[in-house]
Write a protein that binds this ligand. Structure first.
Ligand code: PNS
Length: 160
């Protein structure tokens, strides 16, 4: 059975992420969206909040599950018994970092490949950090995230 993982920060999940999730879910029998639990970063949303939002936006995709992991992505890939890591590529600016990660991961575990999906053009400009910035100033983010995520962001910034 073909499985893949899609690791990331998802702080928060955007329509760009969702586009990658939907397309990858058609290519594999099972796709696990894996939220990195990184104690070094200070995210806007806790891991639990990010998982909750991801579960909501993926609720209609039966072969997608949401999980968390700590440490190396490659170790998590092995734990999931998969040899495929999915990553999205938006623009040339993503390429250097993504290539470096993919090659490092391949050095660490040659059996694991990174499969890149190019983000659909309508979301090519989009990133979680841009969405956080726009939302922090009360800007309209409905083009960038689903309504449920937008509501959570409004809540977050009204209480901060
Ligand atoms: O959504 P992001 O922040 O671009 O995702 C980056 C992520 C989580 C995929 C990357 O930081 C990662 O894999 N972190 C886990 C630690 C790791 O495996 N590092 C070695 C890869 S070079």
């Amino acid at each position: 059975m073909a499985r893949a993982i899609y690791p990331g920060s998802f702080d928060p999940v955007t329509k760009g992420h969702l586009d990658i999730i939907r397309r990858a879910s058609k290519m594999f029998d099972n796709l696990t969206v894996a939220v990195l639990n990184n104690s070094d970063k200070s995210p806007l949303f806790s891991v639990d909040e990010r998982v909750k939002m991801l579960k909501e936006v993926c609720a209609d995709i039966p072969n997608v599950k949401v999980d968390t992991f700590s440490g190396l992505t490659i170790d998590y890939a092995k734990k999931c018994d998969t040899d495929v890591i999915i990553r999205g590529l938006r623009a040339i600016t993503d390429f250097e970092y993504e290539l470096q990660m993919a090659q490092t991961n391949r050095k660490l575990m040659p059996s694991v490949d990174t499969v890149f999906l190019t983000t659909s053009l309508e979301y090519a400009y989009l990133s979680s950090s841009i969405v956080r910035e726009v939302a922090s100033y009360g800007g309209d983010i409905h083009e960038f995230v689903t309504e449920g995520v937008a509501a959570r962001m409004r809540e977050k910034f009204s209480t901060n």
